[in-house]
Design a protein around this ligand. Structure first.
Ligand code: SAM
Ligand code: SF4
Length: 452
């Protein structure tokens, strides 16, 4: 059997795509390996969101080239594929810069991999045209064993692409226009996952709450309606969705946070900045106060809601006062966890052409202050759960013998002593201690969603 090694960079969409590639290649006779040296096929599933992420790929390709040469000297052939958003954005340029690469394939074209791989090594190919057909229709369904191997929590892509064109972001160019998968296909995939033992589904999309897929009744379904339907699937106890845009939090979705016990009270809702002027130049189409009011409405629907966000510091032209607006918004709203980045100019995006770029030193200083505040909030949130009883979905044995490890509703890793619980169970745990990255607790009883 031939072996494939897939390395994924960046977001959850890439994790999902990498799993689909592995499923597809399994039907072509490839088994997955975690060791690059033994792979007949190496796939780098790349991310183009920031310059650092894209450059990492080229340094990894240098290492892959050495490996390919060593294997060739030993009489073994290695094919190298660059997939994902760098493939889409740079296409042929990759073949020029990285001689080891045989195939460049975009995120909407990877269903073509089997035929692309059949070409002789001398014929290097690029496939990045946005196809007319739906790649999902051409991807094989994962086997039960493959799903089980990946654990009790699974990603499910329901939407791809983005029409928002935030001025800093490459996604609309690399992933293309917004497309929602039909409800029937999502249900089919969710049922299959549940049947193999998945308990938690995270619905993913670049702009997941812009979801507007065709329902089995012919009507257009929103994300709120889709969540209600997915919550009916036996075995599925937890639902999450990511990543959302504040502009697409409609009433139906907010009501789902009130009405659906399976919808976890944890929301990743990136705000990027707290300055109205910067938000405007970013083309986010909302103000800081509109974001604050939106959070109030969602918290009214779900008082236990914990929030997470993405922030960009040093967007072109960002003044000290505008950065302080972001710090104020963070203090006002309070986040349980967050991702934060220095602005990175991306070729072809409008913000990259703004003349007043912020210096690296200022970006670094702002990022350090912002991350310090966010870290204090994260730790305060974790400490706040001490004494509470939380449902924990068990994912694997714990760090030490006799321990189990799982996730709280707020995605916090939780460990507790147990010799009688199985992966996939949901149990109630009283939190007794908050470490820097995980919580420690004691078993209290079965979880409130255990019967789902
Ligand atoms: N669709 C999501 C939204 O609208 O919030 C974001 C998707 S993007 C893959 C993830 C995060 O990367 C963004 O929220 C943003 O904070 C960050 N990001 C995107 N472009 C960036 C850039 N040019 N420089 C720095 N960070 C960037
Ligand atoms: Fe990028 Fe998100 Fe803006 Fe779309 S909504 S352009 S994915 S940051």
């Amino acid at each position: 059997m031939k072996k494939v090694f897939v390395k994924s960079y960046g977001c959850q969409m890439n994790v999902y795509d990498a799993e689909r590639m592995a499923d597809m290649l399994a039907t072509e006779g490839y088994s997955e390996t975690k060791v690059m040296e033994e792979a007949d096929l190496v796939i780098l599933n790349t991310c183009h969101i920031r310059e650092k992420a894209a450059e990492k790929v080229y340094s990894e390709l240098g290492r892959v080239r050495e490996l390919k040469n060593e294997r060739e000297a030993a009489g073994r052939e290695t094919k190298v594929v660059v997939a994902g958003c760098v493939a889409q954005a740079e296409g042929k340029e990759i073949l020029r810069r990285a001689p080891a690469v045989d195939v460049v394939v975009g995120p909407q074209n990877y269903h073509n991999l089997p035929s692309l791989l059949k070409k002789p090594l001398s014929e290097r190919v690029v496939d990045t045209e946005f196809p007319v057909e739906d790649k999902f229709d051409h991807l094989p369904k994962p086997s039960k064993a493959a799903i089980r191997n990946r654990g009790v929590s699974a990603f499910l892509t329901i939407q791809e692409g983005c029409d928002k064109f935030c001025t800093f972001c490459v996604v609309p160019y690399t992933r293309g226009a917004e497309v929602s998968r039909p409800v029937a296909k999502i249900l089919d995939e969710a049922l299959r996952l549940a049947d193999a033992g998945v308990r938690e589904l995270t619905l993913i999309g670049q702009n997941v709450n812009a979801y507007h897929g065709e329902g089995p009744d012919g009507a257009v379904w929103s994300l709120g309606r889709l969540l209600h339907r997915l919550a009916e699937i036996p075995g599925i106890a937890r639902l999450r969705y990511t990543t959302s845009h504040p502009r697409d939090m409609d009433d139906e979705l907010i009501a789902a946070h009130r009405d659906l016990p399976a919808l976890m009270p944890y929301l990743h809702l990136p705000v990027q900045s707290g300055s109205d002027r910067i938000l405007d130049v970013m083309n986010r189409k909302h103000t800081g106060d509109e974001y604050r009011r939106l959070i109030e409405r969602i918290r009214k629907a779900q008082p236990n809601l914990a929030l997470s966000s993405d922030f960009i510091v040093g967007f072109p032209g960002e003044t000290d006062a505008e950065f302080e607006d972001t710090m104020r918004l963070i203090s006002d709203v309070g986040f349980a966890s967050s991702f934060s980045f220095k602005y990175s100019p991306r070729p072809g995006t409008p913000a990259a052409d703004i003349e007043t770029q912020v210096s690296e030193a200022v970006k670094a200083e702002r990022l350090a202050r912002l991350q310090n505040l966010l870290e204090m909030q994260r730790q305060a949130f974790n400490r706040g759960t001490v004494g509470q009883t939380l449902d924990v979905l068990l994912e694997k044995p714990g760090r030490h013998p006799g321990q189990m490890a799982g996730k709280s509703p707020y995605l916090q890793p939780v460990q507790f002593e147990s010799d009688r619980h199985a992966v996939g169970e949901i149990v109630t745990v009283r939190i007794i201690q908050a470490g820097s990255n995980s919580l420690f607790g004691e078993w209290i009883g079965p979880g409130s969603q255990a019967a789902a």
